[in-house]
Design a protein around this ligand. Structure first.
Ligand code: ZN
Length: 150
């Protein structure tokens, strides 16, 4: 178990050090702004949706290692997915980091996102991990307002 936890930690550190898809997308695109006042994480998610699928996704932002790694890994896992799949993955990810489901939810399809499984043990960090997902969901709905985790 320790080795697995270690590997996951490496993954998070790596994505924080060299975030993927950290850029601005050309207009027109959907976007939303997220803010986690508890930690100070700020993130903008850019989305290009075509025919019900995520054609391109990117983010910009500043924050703690967890929030940046979550943003980086989210963009990687959502690119090419359908809007329905993206929404479903958000639900699973949320279940994973909050364990509101008691850990009984199937983790199938989460892939590398399982690296965040340990986050539920640190309640203050849950919002860091979910901020970018809430922001992505707002961008999907094309909500203009600021998303906060409060
Ligand atoms: Zn944070």
């Amino acid at each position: 178990m320790y080795e697995l936890a270690d590997l996951y930690q490496q993954l998070i550190l790596d994505h924080n050090k060299s975030p993927r898809n950290r850029r601005r997308l050309e207009e027109p695109c959907r976007r939303a702004l997220g803010y986690n006042p508890l930690c100070g994480d700020r993130v903008t998610v850019y989305l290009q949706v075509e025919d019900g699928a995520v054609r391109d996704i990117a983010f910009e932002g500043t924050g703690c290692a967890i929030s940046i790694a979550a943003a980086s890994m989210m963009t990687q896992s959502l690119k090419g997915k359908s809007v329905a799949e993206a929404t479903e993955l958000f639900r699973k990810f949320h279940g994973l980091v909050t364990e509101e489901d008691g850990g009984g939810e199937s983790r199938a399809g989460l892939g590398k996102l399982e690296a965040f499984a340990g986050v539920h043990r640190f309640p203050a960090r849950v919002k860091c991990a979910t901020l970018v997902w809430h922001t992505m969901a707002a961008a999907l709905k094309n909500t203009a307002e600021l998303v906060t985790t409060e």
